[in-house]
Ligand binder design. Sequence first.
Ligand code: AMP
Length: 361
Amino acid sequence: MTTDSSRGAQTVLAPGATIGILGGGQLGRMLALAASRLGLNINIYSPSADCPAATVAQSATVGEFDDVEAIIAFSQTCDAVTYEFENVPAMSAKAASSVTPLRPGARALDVSQDRLVEKSFLRDQVGVEVASFEDIGNVYDLKRAVKRLGLPCVLKTRRFGYDGKGQVIIREEAEIANAWDTLAPAACILEAFIPFTREVSIVAARGLTGHIAAYPLTENVHRNHILHTSTAPAKQDDGSAAKIAAKILDQLDYVGVMGVEFFQMEDGSLVVNEIAPRVHNSGHWTQDAGCVDQFEQHIRAVAGWPLGDAVPRHSVVMTNLIGTDITAWEDFAATPRTRLHLYGKTETREGRKMGHVNQIV
Ligand code: AMP
């Protein structure tokens, strides 16, 4: 244990301290690499010993995410704990926070794990615009809600949805029963369809002292429901996305990096789609923009250090390498002004994020 102030909410970690990360995917890997540069050690907690993050971290602990005793034992070896995915069970997060600082805190997980809780929080507590939504427990709720929200609309599972999984667009009344059968018996929400002109996001950090550093607005293009490219800084940014992100961070008394995804309407107004209480795929461009990247920024926040410079010196286009896209790695490696980031995954699967390239423009 290496901390230079007392254990608790305000603990600041000194170089040589250990940060535990719940989750061992590519986000954990890039967090571990950033932490190493700052002289901090990382212990990865993951069910798999050879996950992408474990191979670059100082230590790794194998355990299930719902094994509360194992999480407590792991947390006792760490000076602070963070997470790289939002589906850490609430019980486990609370157990970790009972023995060591958990940053961001368990409330950010409670809010972001359930789309109904998340949308209610954003609309009622933060006071920002979200799609109109209804809680759906059965097909009768769904029929009534479709009448209220109108067509088209989007049925989503409340939990465990990502990359377009766990959601169905309903375009006509005749599709209602089928949409319900596709997702049932999961608890769902129905959202009004937002006729957006583009999708944008903000990645922002809040430090232990409440200081906020936001990266510029990023424009995102999806392919097959998976993020394809992120371009930053996005054209036409009036600063309102950063203001919304700051309100969310303050409301959660958040410590760390968060991704906030928006739909932008023709008149420029923003509707919040969802929040991710972690480093975010649409922030990978920061690695090659000449500023402190989102991974180092998160580690700085978790360690209680001052936040770094979030002002990019270059524009960057990030492209995800999904599945067999990775076979062109040599071409990317040979392309000028292009940086290749590979996640060390040994198995290539359709839809799997294998790496990304940042093109400096
Ligand atoms: P999500 O899993 O909620 O991030 O949704 C994945 C993608 O589906 C979004 O990036 C949008 O392209 C689309 N989408 C989700 N919800 C809506 C909505 N209410 N209206 C229009 N498009 C949506």
